[in-house]
Write a protein that binds this ligand. Structure first.
Ligand SMILES: [Fe+2]
Length: 183
């Protein structure tokens, strides 16, 4: 499976543009994390890109979300490590996150929403206007982008990153694809 095939699958299965952007943002952060850890950038990036591919197919049914996505990714040729990371990113299944890839996807997932929200409150609504320090400040405001689980973001400790570094890395990664994100 190459990136184009993964992206085609996302576009075929997800119609909501914001959801697609969420997956692109997750991909960008996962690529940056892979570089940070000397891991396989393509493997990590495509895991991020595909992680919510079943979002609309499961239409909000969290008991099947990520199971179907993991199956789809596997059918497309994703390896076992990628399939497992996608499967266990939904906490509801209680599947232990074992590998660095599993843990990275889990904490990267909610970070995208926090960073998007931090951009949208800037006067120009641009990621370029966001600094890591302000993401950190927003992180502490529990009511700000409340859907972005702080507890889940804080699991970056499980991949050996301090919050500050994680947010800096995530922000820079998303700024790198700002035009794709429309931000
Ligand atoms: Fe997600």
């Amino acid at each position: 499976m190459n990136r184009q095939e993964a992206l085609d699958s996302v576009r075929a299965n997800v119609s909501n543009e914001n959801s697609i952007k969420h997956m692109l943002a997750t991909e960008a952060i996962m690529r940056a994390l892979a570089r940070r850890f000397g891991e396989d950038e393509e493997e990590w990036g495509l895991t991020g890109l595909l992680h919510d591919v079943d979002m609309e197919l499961t239409s909000g049914d969290m008991s099947s979300h990520s199971k179907l996505g993991a199956d789809l990714a596997g059918e497309m040729g994703a390896n076992e490590a990628m399939v497992h990371a996608i499967l266990c990113h939904n906490e509801m299944h209680d599947i232990p996150r074992e590998t660095l890839l599993d843990k990275a996807l889990f904490c990267a997932d909610p970070l995208t929403g926090l960073i998007v929200a931090a951009a949208l409150v800037r006067p120009d609504k641009k990621l370029a206007s966001v600094v890591a320090k302000s993401v950190r400040k927003r992180y502490k405001e529990k009511s700000f982008a409340a859907g972005a689980s702080r507890e889940q973001i804080a699991r970056c400790s499980e991949i050996g990153l301090e919050l500050d570094e994680f947010m800096e890395l995530g922000l820079a990664a998303m700024q790198g694809i700002a035009s794709d994100l429309g931000l």
